[in-house]
Design a binder for this molecule. Structure first.
Ligand code: GLC
Length: 733
């Protein structure tokens, strides 16, 4: 591994040998896809070189382009190949929202280790992962790609993903550069509408949206990606406060920032920049290193330097961290990939085992009335009903890499494998489809099929009903298709799409034992099911081994222990909805005002942090090491958690605080500690958490900086954000 001095010296040597045109080329990330309009990647590389190529997933072509870069481009500098490997390359892991539902940082870390290994074997150097956008509006389709509504959980998951993708040694041939995206605030797009404007106070930014990104910097993330949308009327690409003052000056980030796709050119589209030249100038001065796919830098930066608007040093400053990253990872010494490697590495049995383990730990048991689950493996006559029951695509979820052919074990296949001797009937029922087609529908969905006519749907509906009638047990597999969440996939409603609930009601009325398995990329308003269906398992989009993991849980080989990383609203119209709100003058527990709306309750259907188990747990003996502590000092909070049931299981012990008064009003609850623990029946374990300045300080609107107040705090510890076991802590000057 080269020392930072050696890296810096090599950077300066390279810069000294490069023309302005070659330096500007390093600030360009160019599209490598066939559909990419504009000049071909090979032509640009041959003429000027390129910082990076994206939207290409072709190992042989990677080597061909790299050869051109090294042997034919003026500077001979190798190219970084980048791709969106969000939750797996060939072995697909649960979507990031699901991995966050494990409340176990090992899950995203171990999953991303495999994703990095397979990606690198394919020739990919850099993935646009982890997505760290805090999301409190489930209508936003990209909630699927993040860690949900809470910054403390989000920060833990951010650091874990960076560790998994990058490892400790930048020359490790089985790791990739990670990318903290979308910096910042994308998840707060108004109405949950993808790309819509965002308005956030500095307190909301610093207390909620920035912490996961800072955690990624502290974990050593190599790159950032700036967000598309206007944030307080300034797009991130042109926001110097964000990209330079906060990211570099305050946090000391020394990597580089790439825009989101076409983001620099979009400054004109968004009515922010006058023209391409203005867009390039604003972005570079803000501190944006690399222009993704818009060619705005390539077309304008040379001229801006030649006419004296920008200095050569301003360009050099943007090029340095890109060259440093290439030198640090050994790209000059090892620019090519072994084209036989991927098939030796992809989807190894141990990779699939990791995927099955991740999926098992990510699933959340939402309801289990009368202990219907786990089901007996003696079951002989089962109907599996629903449009997602045998969908590989819905099981793997959004953000598959280009060219990936879904190969997931579906829920149907998983249950068939679990009960080889049983009579298992399957009926999909009516199809579900988006009302507005996915913009890239023709690129990435393998199950593209003609839209059912109403008559065909009715036949499918009746077939499903008849199939259920003949069974002793019915497992309904419902939710959303892969293209109903992720990018370009916001929606106004959170209800089950299509005629799924109608079918659920008809089958439920038969009075048979019925289980609902959800495959979805966002919280859903399953109000009727929550009331009427005895057992509900939230399986998210669980990846390649998803069907096996569902069967492992339904039939008791695995006891579910996941918890919700975002609350489930009762309606899309209630979003944004989240637990960490400040109190109003009429709190919801006021018997006279029970709800914020007169047309129904506004409490979530399922709260943040909620999840059941096949066993039960009891919390007791909550202790604070001192009832009073000075500002700046710490206390230890301890609690006993006991498995009070009959089977081993996991509990996620969660610690919440509420500062009862201060310079600013503070949220009624904030997560400030969690740990997932496995307990045998009857076993008790004492869990301890630290509460100190890091947990108790916040950015104050009133004071305009980070502060820690002297005040009294509520402390709650329990199994979700409604925890009742309480203690007080007084912090004094
Ligand atoms: C997309 C997404 C971003 C992705 C990038 C490259 O529009 O917003 O998350 O990494 O373009 O594909």
């Amino acid at each position: 591994m080269k020392s930072e001095n050696e890296v810096a010296q090599r950077v300066e040597t390279l810069l000294g040998q490069m023309s302005l045109a070659e330096k500007v080329a390093q600030l360009a990330q160019i599209g490598g896809a066939d559909w990419n309009f504009g000049p071909k990647a090979e032509d640009i590389i041959r003429e000027r070189g390129a910082g990076s190529v994206l939207w290409l997933n072709d190992t042989k072509k990677f080597n061909q382009l790299q050869k051109i870069a090294i042997e034919e481009s003026p500077s001979g500098i190798p190219v970084l190949f980048a791709l969106d490997v969000i939750h797996g390359y060939r072995t697909i892991f649960p979507i990031p929202l699901a991995m966050a539902a494990s409340w176990d940082p090992d899950v995203p870390e171990k999953s991303q280790v495999v994703a990095a290994k397979e990606s690198r074997a394919a020739g990919i150097h850099w993935t646009f992962t982890p997505m760290l956008d805090n999301a409190r509006d489930a209508r936003w389709g990209r909630i699927a790609e993040g860690a949900g509504e809470d910054p403390y959980l989000g920060a833990a998951m951010a650091a874990a993903q960076v560790r998994g993708l990058q490892g400790e040694d930048p020359t490790d041939p089985e790791r990739v550069l990670a990318c903290a995206k979308h910096f910042v605030g994308y998840g707060a797009s108004e109405g949950g509408r993808d790309y819509d404007p965002v308005h956030l106070s500095e307190a909301q930014l610093r207390n909620v949206h920035l912490p996961p990104f800072q955690a990624a910097v502290e974990a050593g993330v190599a790159t950032f990606m700036s967000a598309y949308m206007d944030m307080n009327n300034v797009p991130a690409n042109a926001n110097r406060w964000l990209l330079t003052n906060v990211l570099r000056d305050e946090w000391g980030f020394d990597g580089f920032v790439v825009s989101d796709a076409f983001g620099v050119g979009n400054l004109v589209v968004q009515g922010h920049a006058r023209d391409g030249r203005d867009a390039a100038l604003r972005s570079l001065k803000a501190g944006l290193n690399m222009d993704m796919a818009s060619s705005t830098y390539l077309e304008n930066l040379d001229g801006l330097v030649e006419d004296g608007t920008l200095s050569g040093e301003q360009v050099d400053a943007m090029v340095r961290p890109i060259l440093a990253a290439k030198i640090r990872m050994g790209l000059f010494e090892q620019p090519y990939v072994d084209e036989a490697l991927l098939e030796q590495v992809a989807a190894l049995p141990e990779h699939r085992q990791t995927a099955r383990w991740s999926a098992q730990r990510s699933m959340v048991l939402l309801k289990n009335e009368g202990g219907l689950l786990p089901l007996s493996t003696e079951q002989q006559n089962i109907a599996i009903i629903g449009p997602l029951a045998n969908s590989m695509e819905a099981t793997e979820g959004s953000w598959m890499v280009f060219g990936h052919q879904p190969a997931a074990v579906t829920v149907l296949a998983g249950i068939q494998a679990k009960l080889p001797g049983a009579n298992i009937a399957y009926a999909p029922g009516p199809d579900i489809n988006r009302d507005v087609p996915h913009p890239f529908g023709e690129f990435n969905l393998s199950e593209r099929k003609p839209i059912q006519t109403a008559e065909e749907a009715e036949v499918a509906f009746q077939t499903a009903v008849a199939t259920a009638k003949d069974a002793d047990l019915v497992i309904m597999v419902m939710g959303e298709k892969a293209d109903m969440s992720g990018e370009f996939a916001s929606r106004g409603s959170l209800d089950l799409p299509g005629r799924q609930e109608e079918l659920l009601k008809v089958v439920s009325a038969m009075g048979k034992p019925i289980v609902l398995v959800l495959l979805n990329g966002r919280p859903l308003s399953i109000n009727w099911a929550a009331e009427q269906i005895p057992a509900i398992l939230e399986a998210w989009q669980p990846g390649t081994e998803g069907g096996h993991a569902v069967a492992d849980i339904l039939f008791g080989d695995v006891n579910p222990g996941g918890k919700l990383p975002a609350c489930f609203p009762r309606s899309g119209t209630h979003a944004p909805l989240y637990y960490a709100r400040t109190l109003t003058h009429l709190p919801e527990d006021n018997p006279r005002y029970r709800s914020r709306y007169w047309d129904g309750p506004t409490t979530p259907l399922y709260p943040f942090g909620f999840g059941l188990s096949y066993t039960t747990f009891a919390f007791s003996n909550l202790q604070v090491s001192a009832p009073q502590v000075k500002v700046g000092d710490s206390v230890t909070v301890s609690v006993d958690v006991t498995n009070s049931g009959q089977v081993a299981g996991d509990e996620v012990v969660q610690l919440y605080i509420h500062q009862k008064w201060g310079s600013d009003s503070r949220p009624m609850r904030e997560l400030k500690g969690f740990e997932r623990v496995t307990l045998q029946p009857g076993q008790t374990k004492t869990m301890t958490f630290n509460l100190g300045p890091d947990e108790l300080r916040y950015w104050s609107t009133n004071v305009g900086q980070w502060i820690q107040d002297a005040a009294v705090f509520d402390i709650w510890v329990g199994a979700d954000s409604l925890a009742t076991l309480h203690a007080d802590l007084e912090v004094v000057e």
